[in-house]
Design a protein around this ligand. Structure first.
Ligand code: NDP
Length: 237
């Protein structure tokens, strides 16, 4: 049985990885899906073709373009904020502009998108942000700024859940551990160290994360809000 029939969903950053799996899953659940992408035109068009979703090139860091696009939607039931980046390196060596870009994309954009979406949403809307288990636990050097951005999402969902709760709009944070994507390929240089932290010694598949998105955006999750949902193979256990 499809759980999202007649629902309108917007996925920010849907062309690749977790975002693409989310677009596919929400479309399979019967939602009318639109997704945004940054630079991956070919991947976005291919995904639009296979899923029937609408693809729109939109840089999430451009706040005015992002909020205007959301404001232009006829109606909205579901917002999934997935677009994010991981910039890694010693805090003494990282370019401060790169750090600020990551904060803009991973924190500033989700906040403004969520607020704008809530203005548009019908009663019982759903907002899901893809955070990271690194919001709770950062066992490696070189990722303090990334952890900062994902911890910020935790506070954001708690506060916005209270701001939007009267209208039955839920706001939740999904916190994956390692997921096999271009950002964190399972055959990459960090495989052994990452798997040493895990109870289930493999990266997650993107569809495993998309399954949790489908649950939290579906009808059974109407009383789940302001919460962090860790899906990490035991990384934080
Ligand atoms: P990928 O790098 O594989 O994909 C990122 C997606 O975000 C792409 O569709 C990309 O689109 C889009 N995107 C990036 N920048 C922008 C932008 N400025 N504007 C619009 N869209 C943009 O990442 P993942 O799928 O691995 O990660 C997705 C989310 O999950 C991120 O928030 C990440 O922090 C989080 N996460 C990932 C983990 C992992 O191990 N992979 C673990 C925990 C959390 P395009 O290519 O078109 O620019």
């Amino acid at each position: 049985m499809k759980t999202l029939t007649n629902k309108k969903a917007l996925v920010l950053g849907g062309s690749r990885g977790i975002g693409a799996a989310t677009v596919t899953r929400l479309a399979n659940e019967g939602a009318e899906v639109t997704f945004t992408y940054g630079g991956s035109e070919n991947a976005a068009q291919a995904l639009a073709k296979t899923t029937g979703a609408g693809a729109v090139q939109l840089d999430s860091v451009d706040r005015d373009a992002l909020t205007a696009f959301i404001a232009d939607q006829d109606s909205l039931d579901i917002l999934v904020i997935n677009a994010g980046t991981f910039i890694f390196g010693s805090p003494f060596d990282l370019n401060p502009d790169d750090v600020d870009y990551m904060i803009d994309l991973n924190v500033r954009a989700p906040y403004h998108a969520a607020v704008e979406a809530a203005k548009k949403m019908n009663q019982g809307g759903r907002i899901v942000v893809i955070g990271s288990v690194n919001g709770d636990r950062m066992p490696m050097q070189g990722a303090a700024a990334y952890a900062l951005t994902k911890s910020a999402i935790q506070g954001m969902v708690k506060g916005l859940a209270r701001d939007f709760g009267e209208r039955g709009i839920t706001v939740n944070n999904i916190q994956p551990g390692p997921v096999n994507t271009d950002m964190n390929p399972e055959d990459g240089p960090f495989k052994d160290v990452m798997h040493s932290f895990l109870a289930i010694k493999r990266h997650a598949r993107t569809d495993e994360i998309a399954g949790l998105v489908a649950y939290l955006t579906g009808p059974e999750a109407s009383y789940i809000t302001g919460a962090q949902h860790t899906i990490d193979g035991g990384f934080g256990a």
